[in-house]
Design a protein around this ligand. Structure first.
Ligand code: COA
Length: 168
């Protein structure tokens, strides 16, 4: 019992926890969010669904959706949520970093895109994209469209509508 968050792959037994957590974190309006619309069109990758635990108690979750933009494969990160009782212990940042590392080290996608707060994600390595360049299936604040990639030029260069991840 040390109170430090750890992450592990999610399993079927986590489904109820994750659903409840997303409801608590994002409320009923979550189904109208533009990022939700992306996940309606393109399925999440269950092998990139992670859960954070503190002392064996699930407290956070993150999902990844494989996508492509401008012919380049990558991932959309989200939703990322930590239960209110477990916030400010590092679970959210650990989940974001770990799911990004796992996804990019597969070598099949070149970026991790998200819609989020610069103050939270930029210290973790995300960078602003060119406003309006990445087109979502609904309204987003262009200043919140952020990208992490090994290639430092990709955040400014990536452009086009969000489309399906291209297989093989
Ligand atoms: C955002 C969220 C995932 C952070 O989870 P967490 O486990 O508390 O995050 P961490 O412990 O890793 O980081 C906490 C730090 O980030 C800061 N922080 C939290 N949300 C922030 C935001 N939107 N912008 C800037 N900083 C933020 C906290 O103040 C805290 O700062 P401190 O370390 O100086 O005290 C959690 O607050 C949450 O689930 N919020 C509701 C859902 C949401 O907004 N998800 C993100 C959508 S992109």
């Amino acid at each position: 019992m040390n109170g430090v968050p750890v992450v592990r792959p999610a399993n079927a037994g986590d489904d109820a926890f994750i659903e409840e957590l997303q409801a608590i974190a994002f409320g009923p309006g979550r189904f109208a969010r533009t990022a939700f619309r992306v996940r309606e069109r393109f399925p999440i990758d269950p092998s990139l669904s992670l859960v954070a635990e503190v002392d064996g108690v699930p407290c956070g979750s993150v999902w990844m959706t494989p996508i492509s933009v401008g012919g380049i494969n990558g991932y959309l990160l989200g939703p990322l949520a930590t239960h209110p009782n477990f916030r400010k212990r590092g679970a959210g940042k650990l989940l974001a970093r770990e799911v990004t590392r796992l996804a990019l080290e597969r070598g099949e996608g070149k970026f991790v895109l998200l819609v989020g707060d610069r103050d939270y994600y930029c210290p973790l390595g995300w960078e602003p994209t060119t406003p309006g360049a990445v087109q979502f299936p609904g309204p987003v604040d262009p200043a919140r469209v952020l990208l992490a990639a090994a290639d430092p030029s990709l955040a400014a260069a990536l452009a086009g509508p969000i489309a399906a991840f291209k297989q093989g």
